[in-house]
Design a protein around this ligand. Sequence first.
Ligand code: OOG
Ligand code: NI
Length: 483
Amino acid sequence: MTGSGFVETHRLRAAFARSLSSMYGNEVPAYTTLVEVSTQVNSDALAADPARAQRLGRIDRVTAERHGAIRVGTARELARVATIFAALGMSPVGFYDLRGSQSTSLPIVSTAFRPTSREALAINPFRVFTSVLVTDDRRYFDADLQSELDAFLARRELFPDVVIALAQRAEREGGLDEGDAEEFLRRATACFELSTEPVDRAWYERLARISGVAADIGGVTSTHINHLTPRVLDIDDLYRQMTERGITMIDEIQGPPRWHGPDVLLRQTSFKALAEPRRFREADGSVVEGHLSVRFGEVEQRGIALTRAGRDLYDRLVVEVDERVARGAERDEAKLAAWQSLPTTEADLDRLGLGFFEYRLSADRPAGEPPADLDSLLDGGWLEATPIVYEDFLPRSAAGIFASNLDDAGTSDTAAEGSLRDEGWMAEALGRDLGDPFVLYEQQRAASLATCAHDLGQDRVRIARPPTQQPPTEQRRTDTPGA
Ligand code: OOG
Ligand code: NI
């Protein structure tokens, strides 16, 4: 951190991502292998087709890109970690409820902290999927266990006051002086280090019988980074190369299939949780060496952000895939069959209002009076569309990743009433506004249109095309007029 005396927010975030990455690489050597293979996959993809490789972000952004995952126990812990992320220019975006979605017990709800502006994302898009335990959900915890668990969580301090004070100052002042920045990064990184503190075996196992995730969160006195995920341009290639190196991957690549059309949303896979040495305290007070398998390696390939209409379609296709699998189809084939309903080109994804794009003036646009509507501007070569990258997560894939990395499905009482958790609860717990992914993508799209309108000397409204709510048809084109 040499150079200018003041380390502003975006540099802090990039430095934090690097610091976490080097700490995690020391703790989990397989992560280093994953990063090596990812880097190779990306340079191969770049060499094979440079334009395609950089369609969804410049190669330096993609290669530096990581997301982390952490898990906390209480609303207070969530609010404190939100303060740390705010210092790094990362705000909470989206609400994910993973409870009851799988046969595996996942008594958590989640959000993701990430930069939200186009500029900040381009500098460093570091994001952290953050889950919080729902201790009052009777499907998982009875009243007695809940009060023991709440008391246990209330006694620990994951994020010391000194880190929070530095974070508050960094948020207020848009960064920190070099010395403070170093201290903040060191202390904030340490909050996510695997603790050597002995784990109370009986307590941990009691929680583990209900949910491996509950034990990982509430069975220990600290938190840790669960995984750090590099981004690749070809996840199938990565899956093959990791398997060739003898690393056992989970059975599936979660999310959309590999196909000939545009990549949308997010494809993810992981390698199985590793047995890591941990110390245990036994009932008689003795401390012994043992193992826990909770941390795993994950990798992702990002695609185009979908509009609400596009996302609704995606969610319907996921249901259709399940139905096909229930009737005996193989999952990858079922996905490919369902994907026939998606447009096969970016232009159609845009025109049908299913995907988010940004627009800019073409360098070689025609002379003369430009037409007034977006589709004609695109068709006539005045404007060019570039896809907006999906910066968020998928609840179904997240639940799948959690579940496939737990040895034991745990237990839950499906007849009991779940406790209420929603966006409102999450914002209240965070003590901050919770961003809506769709609104953020729409703002980015609208801002690019406003710039185009200005540059063309047009009225902004005339080229803004409201995203169509129509389901896609078999047709390659629709008759939706430009507004
Ligand atoms: C998070 C699991 C979900 C993703 O990228 O969707 C996830 C966790 O294990 O804490 O990592
Ligand atoms: Ni992840």
